[in-house]
Design a protein around this ligand. Structure first.
Ligand code: AVJ
Length: 318
């Protein structure tokens, strides 16, 4: 897996910045090396991890209604598109509605594979991948200008951003997508921690392996010497912040070297590796409104697990 946005020197710098801070932390985008992408795939198939299958069923059920919001010949712009499976549910819901598809992702090989698959299944669709970190400013390709943009950010990925970053992202997306744009965003809903916690601490230990893989990656790519047996996976529900947190817990007192720097751990000390925010619909609408987006429609599944929000750009830039 090639990370356009993460050169080797970046990984060392990012790892050191987080591991020399107090409390220690690492950014979740480091999860997705080749092994991490494969482990995440397995997570999406776990019985406890309801997010992916629930969102997929929602898109299957409501795809035509969602797509009907777009004007004819709109450009579908997907943020964090690791594959085109979810976009297909919109593209095929009303054939011909989207004239162009612009997947944005940091993994160049995945983007090339998507473009190749869509070229054979949808020869009339203009596919223009952008290899970029969606959390940074980006310009849409010329081919999609002149078309009304229809943004799509599925997967509850926005939940990995803290509220200030989510607000900044939504404001920037408004400027990128431009006048007349809609934006469909998938978010996980607030719910009983008895459902949330197993989704992030599954019985088969796949999420634990996904979390620990971060240390294996730093050993390989950031000149680190973590003993993986010295750390355990922990998921906690932080109700005040409305988020699941993932941590790696040091089992003992230990010293680790990272890119030539000694990093000391006390027993029980943690590295905070991910936040996954869970939104009540009104809380997400309020965040979106602050960023200049009006919520025009919300779809949820019958069990109230997951939500798709249709946003429309208001006059004020937020
Ligand atoms: C990247 C947002 C889909 O927060 O649920 C899965 C990543 N982390 N299990 C999430 C994740 C632990 C995930 N998303």
């Amino acid at each position: 897996m090639l990370d356009a946005a993460l050169a080797p020197s970046d990984i060392e710098a990012v790892a050191l910045a987080g591991l020399t801070a107090r409390p220690k932390w690492l950014p979740p985008k480091l999860f997705y090396d080749e092994a991490g992408v494969a482990l995440f795939e397995r997570i999406t198939e776990l019985p406890e991890y309801y997010l992916t299958r629930t969102e997929r069923a929602l898109l299957q059920r409501c795809g035509a209604e969602i797509t009907a919001l777009a004007p004819p010949d709109a450009a579908l712009i997907e943020y964090g598109a690791s594959d085109e499976a979810k976009a297909r549910l919109l593209i095929d819901a009303q054939p011909g509605r989207f004239a162009a598809y612009v997947p944005i992702d940091i993994a160049a090989p995945a983007l090339a594979a998507m473009a190749a698959r869509l070229a054979s299944s949808h020869p009339g669709l203009a596919v223009h991948p952008i290899c970029a970190d969606f959390s940074e400013p980006l310009a849409l390709p010329r081919a999609s200008t002149g078309r009304t943009a229809f943004g799509f950010f599925p997967g509850s990925t926005i939940g990995n951003l803290d509220p200030e970053a989510a607000l900044a992202f939504l404001r920037r997306a408004g400027r990128t997508l431009g006048a007349g744009a809609h934006f469909v965003v998938g978010t996980d809903l607030r719910k009983d921690p008895a459902i949330l916690l197993p989704a992030y601490d599954d019985a088969a230990g796949v999420t634990a392996a996904f979390n620990l893989n971060l240390l294996r990656r730093l050993n390989r790519e950031a000149d680190a010497d973590f003993d993986l047996a010295g750390f355990t996976h922990r998921a906690v529900w932080n109700d005040a912040e409305s988020r699941i947190e993932m941590h790696l817990v040091s089992r003992r007192r230990q010293r680790v070297r990272v890119a030539g720097t000694a990093v000391d751990f006390a027993p029980g000390e943690t590295i905070h590796t991910e936040n996954s925010y869970k939104f009540a619909p009104a809380a997400f609408a309020s965040l979106a409104r602050q960023a200049g987006w009006e919520t025009i429609r919300v779809w949820t599944d019958a069990d109230g697990l997951f939500a798709l929000h249709a946003l429309q750009l208001t006059g004020s830039p937020g």
